[in-house]
Design a protein around this ligand. Structure first.
Ligand code: DC
Length: 245
């Protein structure tokens, strides 16, 4: 595990494109927290789950068989995607000339994503695309295997978790706020199934890296966690002092 505090090397020769990885299960708050940390730092944000969601949904819309790993891998290999934010701060995911962000958050698309993400050929096809997001002034990458597989030398690795009940409750609130009719019991079952699939698959399963800092978000708010991450990032010499409020 890297020690807290900036070492002599990083003082002399700061990393031009440092990386913070935030991994964890569905509903742990990774996306919200990664986005907030990236915005505070002025760094790029990689929402790797959106790539698996896009492969799943675009594959379905292109009529690919839900069992055809090779066809999905070909789709993933040529994926040309652009992440932007609208003037009012809404996330946008551009692919083939249109913004898919709204469709990607759907529960059914999350299930599709979890299936395609278990295929080694699809995971391999997305490696270069994900690593290309590492550029100055820095990257905050969120997903399941950012610290364990994609960016093993990341400057700071976080493993974010929360209880199943809390994660289901958060998702329930989000969907209810959108006016959708959902059941807390169904969401809880769905989250547990997804956890099981994501952590037991052979290819890059969800797991906490030995050198990751574990943060449990169950009874903490986003602001507290963002501040904790920025404080550790500062201790490691990844940013100036003024950003931790
Ligand atoms: O974080 P998310 O819910 O948007 O991710 C959707 C699915 O994609 C999730 O079930 C696991 C998978 N995934 C993955 O296997 N590896 C990643 N780096 C990101 C997501």
């Amino acid at each position: 595990m890297k020690a807290l505090g900036s070492d002599a090397d990083s003082d002399r020769n700061p990393d031009p494109a440092p990386v913070i990885t935030i991994d964890g299960p569905s509903g742990s708050g990774k996306g919200t927290i990664a986005r907030a940390v990236a915005r505070q730092l002025g760094w790029t944000w990689l929402d790797s789950g959106a790539l698996y969601r896009l492969v799943g949904l675009a594959g379905q819309r292109a009529g690919l068989s839900a069992h055809d790993e090779q066809a999905h891998a070909r789709l993933a290999q040529g994926l040309s995607v652009r992440f932007t934010a609208s003037p009012d701060g809404e996330d946008e995911v551009w692919f083939e000339g249109r913004n898919w962000a709204g469709d990607l958050r759907d529960e059914a698309v999350g299930r599709l994503a979890s299936q395609v993400a278990a295929w080694p050929l699809v995971r391999a096809a997305l490696i270069d695309l994900q690593r290309a997001f590492k550029r100055p002034p820095g990257l905050v990458a969120d997903g399941r295997d950012m610290g364990s597989a994609l960016f093993p030398d990341a400057n700071l690795k976080i493993f974010l978790t929360a209880s199943v009940e809390e994660r289901a409750r958060r998702r329930y609130k989000q969907l209810k706020d959108k006016g959708l009719d959902v059941s807390l019991a169904d969401l809880s079952r769905d989250i547990q199934e997804r956890d099981q699939r994501d952590s037991t698959r052979a290819a890059s399963p969800l797991r906490q890296s030995d050198d990751a800092l574990l943060i449990d978000s169950t009874s903490r708010d986003v602001g507290q966690i963002v501040k904790q991450i920025l404080t550790v990032a500062q201790c490691r010499g990844l940013m100036g002092p003024s950003l931790v409020g």
